[in-house]
Design a protein around this ligand. Structure first.
Ligand code: ARG
Length: 569
């Protein structure tokens, strides 16, 4: 689309006494495709020309008549807008050649100029099973990671593990009192989690357990060898378990700097806060009053000297700035922590860090399974590992039925099963709560990953059949596509770059996800109405170029959502 816009900018600029750049930023996409492909609104010219916008639109179209661009064939006034219509052949040629040339990189840019973007995502809590509650952060965070990479930023994945806090005091007490070595060895994370639940049940009758836990946590904070030994072990065992999930999902983090990583920097945070004189002692605790800013107070240190989640987040934010001098620092964390991040960013601002405005919380709603909401406290937890496995199994069954002769059923089942879970999440606006419904996420004709993957596999199969007949770029064939379905599909393919940018700017991978549904849908409409292998000569070659470009767009888009595009399924 960019070239098309640039041309309008060049042609219109002298007529309206604006820079081509200004013309381009004013251009809009008309509400109906029949109105045109891009619209120039004439409101801003009304003052200068002392005329009503519709009249200006009329005049401009007159001034332009007879001057044809390379990519557009006419400019038609409609109310206060001047609507431009593309020239299908030339436009198709341009779009298809760009996709052909750029291949896997089509849609990627160097907009970010290598700027660092640390992305804090996934971040589960040690010694708790990786529950479905962390799937959204994992999936949305990873998509943003990939999308920012594609735009030329240097994404840095940070897993801010919940590996510090009073819960470790509780776990040590529970393990020392009731723990069994053999059970820990056999199934570490689930066992630790059961101990944690047990602690919460017993503390009801025996409140002293809480004091004991506090004192163990204090020991841990003071570096007591025994306490640190337990903690290290619990952490290591949990990490090994999480790695299995990350491997399955193809996710790697640049850093596993959990909360504990920032312990040695907490004194500095406290000193900074005291130097700026924004904290006060209250009953032995160190507090920051945020009432003037409409926020509840922040506690940085409890009266027993223990620090808190937010103290470590302050240290982490400063560390990230000093280490990465970031363009943006993203926190992909559930909406229930919105207040926490408002407080965090406000304190950074009060500390005088102008970069606090580059810290962004990317919130998302809850995920529910039709079975009901999951909670760790109640002792019932839906494990992500089981969800993923179940999805793969269900995908395998469907594939078994649809395509019993498929060679790599396992590969396809994995791609479709994992894609279903990811897309089931990513295709929703992240701020909404989502209800996860197996029937829906694995529906091959619904708004699902499978639907898009299937379009991709279908194209691969057509291209395989075309074989040697279609291996090269053919200039004239690329300009031959002017049928409505062809043009509509080409226009859809043309906007992948815009959609990637829009997803990054709004931090919403759902924009890209929904777009890919449109691509698959437009492809199906085209394929239904325009024979590919059944046509002849240049037209056949042109259509092969078109479906090959479609395949590339789907593959590139899915890749940015972390979803595989199998060639057969
Ligand atoms: N471990 C936290 C949780 O599960 C999420 C951490 C998010 N990142 C952060 N920097 N606070 O709720």
């Amino acid at each position: 689309m960019q070239k098309f816009k640039e041309e309008i900018g060049r042609l219109l600029a002298p007529l309206v006494s604006l820079d081509p750049e200004e013309v381009i930023t004013l251009l809009e996409v008309p509400p109906e495709t029949t109105y045109g492909d891009l619209a120039f609104p004439c409101f801003t010219l009304a003052k200068k020309r002392k005329k009503a916008p519709p009249l200006i639109a009329e005049e401009l179209s007159g001034e332009l008549s007879g001057r044809k661009g390379l990519f557009w064939e006419k400019a038609v006034p409609r109310g206060p807008y001047l609507n431009f219509f593309i020239t299908p052949g030339a436009f198709g040629h341009e779009v298809l050649s760009q996709i052909w040339e750029n291949g896997e990189k089509y849609g990627h840019t160097d907009l970010g100029k290598g700027g660092n973007v640390p992305i804090d995502y996934s971040s589960p809590n040690i010694a708790k099973p990786f529950g479905i509650g962390h799937i959204r952060s994992t999936v949305i965070g990873h998509a943003l990671y990939l999308i920012y990479r594609a735009l030329g930023y240097n994404s840095i994945g940070i897993n801010h593990l919940g590996d510090w806090g009073t819960q470790f005091g509780k776990l040590i007490v529970a393990f020392k009192r009731w723990g069994e070595e053999s059970k820990l060895e056999a199934d570490p994370v689930n066992y630790l989690y059961r101990l944690y639940v047990q602690f919460h049940q017993r503390v009801e009758e025996d409140p002293e357990l809480d004091d004991e836990a506090r004192s163990w946590f204090r020991k841990l904070e003071n570096g007591d060898e025994e306490a640190v030994g337990y903690w290290n072990r619990f952490r290591q065992l949990s990490l090994e378990n999480y790695e299995l999930i990350y491997n399955l999902l193809g996710i790697e983090f640049e850093h596993y700097h959990g909360e504990s990583h920032y312990n040695k920097m907490l004194d500095r945070v406290i000193n900074l806060v005291q130097d700026k004189d924004i904290a006060r002692e209250s009953e032995g605790a160190l507090m920051i009053d945020l009432e003037p800013h409409g926020l509840p107070p922040v506690m940085l240190r409890k009266k027993d000297g223990a620090t808190l989640y937010i103290t470590r987040d302050l240290a982490a934010a400063i560390y990230r700035y000093e280490t990465f001098n970031f363009a943006l620092s993203l926190y992909v964390v559930g909406a229930e922590q919105t207040l926490h991040f408002q407080q965090l960013f406000k304190v950074l601002e009060l500390l005088g860090f102008d970069w606090s405005s580059r810290c962004i919380h990317v919130p998302f709603g809850l995920i529910r399974f039709k079975e009901g909401r999951m909670s760790t406290r109640a002792g019932k937890i839906i494990l992500l590992e089981e969800v993923l496995q179940r999805s793969i199994d269900m995908a395998r069954e469907i594939i078994e039925e649809k395509n019993p002769d498929l060679v790599d059923k396992e590969g396809a089942a994995k791609a479709v099963g994992l894609g279903a879970v990811r897309f089931g999440d990513l295709s929703n606006d992240r701020v909404k709560n989502i209800e996860f419904d197996w029937e829906k996420v694995l529906d091959f004709s619904g708004e699902t990953a499978a639907y898009i993957q299937y379009a991709h596999a279908r194209i691969c199969s057509i291209l395989r059949k075309a074989g040697a007949e279609f291996a090269e770029w053919d200039n004239s064939a690329a300009s031959i596509l002017v049928k409505e379905e062809e043009t509509a599909l080409i226009k859809t393919l043309a906007i992948l770059p815009d959609k990637i940018i829009a997803s990054a700017d709004s931090l919403r991978p759902s924009i890209l996800a929904r777009y890919l549904i449109d691509v698959a849908r437009e492809f199906n409409r085209f394929y239904h109405n325009c024979p590919v292998l059944g046509s002849e000569g240049e037209l056949k070659h042109g259509r092969l170029l078109l479906i090959s470009a479609t395949r590339q767009v789907i593959a590139n888009g899915l890749a940015l959502l972390g979803i595989a595009a199998p060639e057969e399924m």
